[in-house]
Design a binder for this molecule. Structure first.
Ligand SMILES: [Zn+2]
Length: 171
């Protein structure tokens, strides 16, 4: 298998995990950590369900990978994630010394791998993490956009229902 199609395979797994997050009512982001061609960590957003602001997909995947390798340093691992990491997750990637990060869609609001800042290659930080942006970007972005579109529609419907109830009560 070519390296490119292998990367796509792992990103598709991350997209599957993101769908799992969505099914649990979380923002659909998924991540996998791969070491020597083997998936050693999988994660999806679980902040709401676990009442944990740090339960982002990448953190969950890094935690599992560390347990598998029995080492918090993941030197030769590659982390695939459907959305550009936030500052917290980019910081965790630096601390875990992952070999490489590959992400799908960029995040102009909180992305810390080039969008609002770049913690993965920040001059004042002595360790730089190699990264690649835009793998299966269209699919990753479409998954997130569909989620937010549906959520907006749901909120609108809720508001409408609330207003109808109020109007009835005022009659
Ligand atoms: Zn994050």
């Amino acid at each position: 298998m070519t390296e490119q199609s292998q990367d796509e395979l792992f990103m598709r797994r991350a997209i599957e995990l993101a769908a799992k997050a969505e099914a649990e009512g979380e923002v659909p982001v998924g991540a996998v950590v791969v070491h020597n061609g083997r998936v050693i960590g999988e994660g999806w957003n679980r902040s709401i369900g676990q009442h944990d602001a740090t339960a982002h997909a990448e953190i969950m995947a890094l935690r599992q990978a560390g347990k598998v390798l029995q080492n918090y340093r993941l030197l030769e691992a590659t982390l695939y994630v459907t959305l550009e990491p936030c500052p917290m997750c980019a910081g965790a990637m630096v601390h875990s010394r992952v070999g490489k990060v590959i992400y799908g869609a960029s995040d102009p609001k909180t992305g810390a791998a080039g969008s609002i800042m770049n913690l993965l290659s920040y001059d004042a930080v002595n360790h730089h993490v190699a990264y690649e942006a835009g793998l299966l970007e269209g699919e990753c972005r479409a998954q997130l956009q569909a989620f937010f579109k549906r959520r907006r529609a749901e909120k609108k419907a809720e508001k409408k229902a609330r207003q109808a109830t109020l109007q009835q009560a005022n009659r």
